[in-house]
Design a protein around this ligand. Structure first.
Ligand code: GLC
Length: 602
């Protein structure tokens, strides 16, 4: 009798599951029919338009959006509306979408942006810790919340798609994009990347539009050989791995993203065994689409196809035939009309088959249909006040707290809130731009008050008793009247993005060392806080430091640092990268040459 009861119960459960699957979104077959019917009606010009992505700054005229049925716009780093504030972003989105919808078949555009640590181009948005700090939290539930909050802020401005998460597992810290990786350990990246995809894509707007994520950069972006990159350094260099090593080491983190239903994947600038990823059919089609079963669409990186050996027309044929579905032409280098003309010529002269074009357009249209962009392209009822909201800043503050890794503490931390006086010094103590790092407001970030936030100094001032006298000195000089015997010194890296951050030497800045020496020479104990996108060379200095913590690139909520400094919360952050004595040795440094192991943290 019990068996029969169980079976009936299971049948009821299954029917409920099936019905809710079909009721709240198109079934696979309905989706395919809609897409195929539309493709049937499209001209080659319209298909070519769908495969073209332009940075909004480089539009010749807005009517090109409808004239050419442009499939996508992006805002690259710093590509703002005339006024950088939320309402202007929403108005810009709706202006472009409204124009696009005038195309013959009414196909909406999908708008992408690098919301990689918050909606970071938008003034006033919550800026979360960069991925290296999130990696130190090793907290997938938190990363889900961070990514969800980011998508909520992206959705409020109308935008459909974030080029995130970055799934790099950087090994050479001389790479300027080390901080964009959660960890050098692909297993940690796999776990946190999955949560990020789920978080970003968990957001559906009131009118039913779902935010789309993008796993990037496929593949081996953080595993290139030093010296093979741009300017003889690292970025966009050559990754040397056998296919077996690739499958064991780098593919699982993308498989996890695919299994989490990531809708887009971005090809990587680097080469794999000497072949540009953007031109590798083995990578983008045979491995990614066939073996791994990726059903979404592959977007190129910014002018990424231009770096394929050959002329521009052959670059187009090579990349599309390799499996690129949409090209981030950008319009900054090659004109987008030239791209579209040459793409069409490639089809007409047989260099690219119509089947390949239809496959690319099918993938793009499926993403637009299944994420509600056809259903509700224009956004007019999102709540702009969610951008930079208190709730989101609280999530960011928790992420800052959990990202801090205490590496040395000679019984000075936590600090008392009732000190008579406290010296705070260093270039990074009162510098929101340094705290945020690259990809913030502008492509390369900036210095000082670049947006709304709390500096580490602000946070300290808010934490201590009113009687405590805070003495701030950027370089640790002019402190005569201080009665304090302890100084918090915030040092580190100036903001950088991509190859601007490639360096062959990872020493601390002399002025930072000088600041600490100024304080030590006056007899102060020093608590050193390092703002950086990677491990740096601290081994020769650390013996003089009474306490040392890595705060990475915490973003706008600098009070998360004082939460740990004054012991309101215990530090829980663990190193997501090993810390070599010589940081240039990177993640593969011999264990005997490590200052701290991956996973270490007091
Ligand atoms: C950049 C980056 C990529 C980013 C894209 C759009 O060059 O490599 O991560 O998503 O261009 O800004």
């Amino acid at each position: 009798m019990r068996i029969i009861k169980n079976n009936i119960f299971q049948i009821i459960l299954l029917s409920i599951f099936i019905s809710c699957q079909t009721s709240n979104n198109l079934s696979e077959s309905q989706l395919n029919k809609k897409v195929d019917d539309l493709i049937e009606k499209m001209t080659l010009d319209e298909k070519v338009g769908q495969m073209t992505q332009i940075d909004q700054r480089f539009l010749d005229t807005i009517t090109d959006l409808s004239t050419y049925s442009i499939g996508s716009l992006l805002s690259g780093g710093g590509s703002h509306p005339s006024v950088n504030e939320p309402q202007a972003w929403l108005d810009m989105y709706n202006k472009y979408q409204s124009e696009t919808l005038k195309n013959r078949l009414g196909i909406p555009l999908i708008y992408g942006i690098d919301a990689v640590h918050g909606h970071n181009n938008v003034y006033g948005a919550t800026i979360f810790p960069q991925n290296i700090g999130l990696g130190a939290t090793n907290n997938p539930e938190l990363i889900f919340e961070v990514s969800k909050a980011t998508s909520l802020e992206v959705a409020a401005t109308g935008i459909d798609w974030t080029f995130s998460p970055c799934l790099s597992s950087p090994e050479d810290f001389r790479w300027g994009r080390t901080y964009e990786g959660f960890s050098s350990d692909p297993k940690i990246v796999e776990k946190l990347g999955r949560s990020a995809v789920e978080g970003y894509q968990s957001v559906v707007t009131a009118t039913g539009k779902r935010i789309v994520a993008c796993a990037k950069h496929f593949i081996g972006d953080g595993n290139t050989e030093f010296g093979t990159g741009m300017n003889g350094l690292v970025d966009r260099g050559n990754t040397i791995l056998t296919k077996q090593e690739l499958k064991e080491k780098l593919l699982p983190k993308y498989q996890a993203a695919i299994d989490a239903n990531v809708q887009t994947i971005m090809a990587s600038y680097n080469s794999w065994n000497g072949v540009k990823c953007h031109g590798s059919k083995e990578l983008l089609t045979d491995i990614l689409k066939v073996e791994m079963g990726f059903q979404g669409f592959v977007i190129s990186d910014w002018q990424g196809i231009d770096e394929i050996p050959g002329n521009y027309k052959s670059d187009i044929a090579t990349s599309i035939n390799a499996g690129i579905d949409m090209v981030m032409v950008s319009g900054q280098g090659q004109p987008y009309k030239k791209f579209m003309r040459l793409l069409k010529e490639n089809v007409e002269d047989g260099s690219i088959s119509l089947e390949r074009i239809d496959d690319a357009v099918r993938r793009i249209l499926k993403v637009k249909f299944s994420n509600g962009i056809f259903k509700s392209p224009i956004v007019d009822n999102e709540k702009l006040e969610i951008i930079g909201s208190k709730k989101h800043r609280e999530i960011a503050r928790q992420a800052v707290r959990e990202s801090i890794v205490v590496l040395k503490n000679e019984n000075v931390l936590p600090l008392s809130k009732n000190l008579k006086s406290l010296v705070v010094a260093g270039r990074g103590a009162d510098n929101l731009g340094m705290q945020c790092g690259g990809w913030t407001i502008n492509w390369q970030g900036g210095q000082g008050d670049i947006t709304v936030g709390t500096t580490i100094l602000d946070g300290i001032k808010k934490s201590v008793a009113t009687e405590t006298n805070i003495i701030y000195s950027t370089d640790g000089s002019d402190l005569e009247d201080s009665e304090s015997d302890l100084a918090v010194v915030v040092i580190g890296e100036d903001p950088y993005t991509e190859f601007f951050g490639d360096k062959d030497n990872l020493d601390l800045l002399n002025e930072d060392i000088q600041t600490i020496n100024n304080l030590k020479n006056k007899g102060y104990k020093v608590v050193v806080l390092l703002i950086s996108g990677r491990p740096l060379n601290v081994a020769n200095h650390i013996n003089d430091w009474d306490a040392f913590a890595a705060v990475w690139l915490p973003g706008t909520e600098g009070d998360g640092v004082s939460d740990i400094l004054f012991g309101d919360y215990n530090s829980s952050g663990k190193l997501p990268y090993p810390w070599p004595i010589k940081a240039e040795d990177g993640a593969n440094a011999d264990e005997r040459n490590l200052l701290y192991k991956l996973g270490f943290g007091l």
